[in-house]
Design a protein. Structure first.
Length: 329
């Protein structure tokens, strides 16, 4: 059955196609014969009891030089679509929140929106880890610099980070004798008025910050370990980290399988868990990435297909097949 799928994302002309997860999802939808529509966050609007958007029907290509062709824009009700993927990257700001309210209205009108809009609002990617404390390193969330200093004194080596950051921005590693501790905490807490997170430093970061994708409650068999660049403590690819696909360890799988039921219950069908060593550090729900890297690794390991029946579905295929089943249930 032909479905209409809309994707809310950053400007499509600005993506890096060879590693863009959203493009992988669009390619998988197009391969199924679905109609694919592209939208930007600020193109959504509400009028006369309905949520609309300016949108472009697009044809996408797995080509690093020419990855999309867009038809002229139309204005249409979101209810005309069957599925909407909310793939707008952070920052998670008020504009993002307003978009989730508009998407929630579309969901009331029968559109399947993934990830679920109210869950995107409720699940802070840093703070949601507190619901799974048994899998986390010792951590503290506070605006009180003195309390953070006491935490640093206790654990000796600590990572501090904002609750709304992405891509490794404003993440600092501090020790009890760090001469810059006062200025770092003053700036991050805005002089004790802004809450941040502190986590005990995990030495296994040298082996990589693993991104584990959980799709419809099932952990994918490989994670992408983001290995920090020389002299760095951040594994984020945006901070110069190097992505290395690795098979899930028993510990990785245990963490993912213990968290998965709560994700599915909240309508979070495409999630990226960040794990360092055997510790959960973040639960990414807005626009998790790494699909193209992991699919390329799986393709290299798999026997070459002899006929169509030997085709091994990629992660985007698994995601869309699950959404289609939910849409038709």
């Amino acid at each position: 059955m032909t479905l209409k799928i809309g994707i809310v994302m950053d400007p499509i002309e600005s993506i890096t196609p060879y590693k863009d997860t959203t493009l992988a999802m669009m390619l998988a939808a197009q391969a199924r014969g679905w109609q694919v529509f592209y939208m930007e966050q600020h193109w959504l609007y509400f009028e006369q009891g309905k949520t609309f958007a300016r949108m472009h029907a697009v044809q996408v290509h797995d080509n690093n030089d020419h990855w999309f062709d867009a038809e002229p824009s139309i204005d249409a009700p979101l209810a005309d679509l069957d599925i909407i993927l909310m793939r707008k990257d952070p920052p998670f700001n008020m504009d993002f929140i307003y978009t989730t309210y508009l998407l929630e209205r579309a969901a009331v009108d029968g559109v399947l929106v993934s990830n679920r809009p109210n869950a995107l609002r409720d699940v802070n990617e840093k703070l949601y880890t507190t619901w799974f404390n048994e899998h986390c390193p010792p951590m503290l969330v506070t605006a009180d610099s003195a309390r953070i200093k006491a935490f640093v004194e206790q654990h000796k080596d600590v990572i501090v980070k904002p609750l709304d950051g992405m891509g490794g921005e404003s993440i600092y590693r501090i020790t009890e004798n760090d001469p810059n501790i006062n200025v770092i905490l003053e700036n991050m807490t805005r002089r004790d008025r802004h809450q941040i997170m502190a986590q005990r430093f995990i030495p296994e970061i040298v082996e990589g910050d693993k991104r584990i994708l959980v799709v419809h409650g099932k952990p994918m068999p490989y994670a992408l370990a983001r290995v920090p660049a020389q002299g760095e403590t951040r594994g984020n690819l945006a901070a110069g980290g190097r992505g290395v696909p690795v098979a899930l360890s028993d510990s990785d799988r245990k963490i993912a399988e213990s968290i998965a039921p709560s994700l599915v219950e909240r309508g979070l069908h495409f999630v990226g868990l960040d794990v360092i060593g055997s510790s959960l550090t973040e639960v990414n729900v807005t626009s998790p990435t790494c699909v193209r890297e992991l699919d390329a690794h799986a393709a290299n390991l798999a026997p070459k297909p002899v006929n169509a029946s030997d085709y091994v579905p990629g992660i985007a295929d698994i995601y869309l097949d699950g959404l289609a089943a939910l849409r038709n249930s």
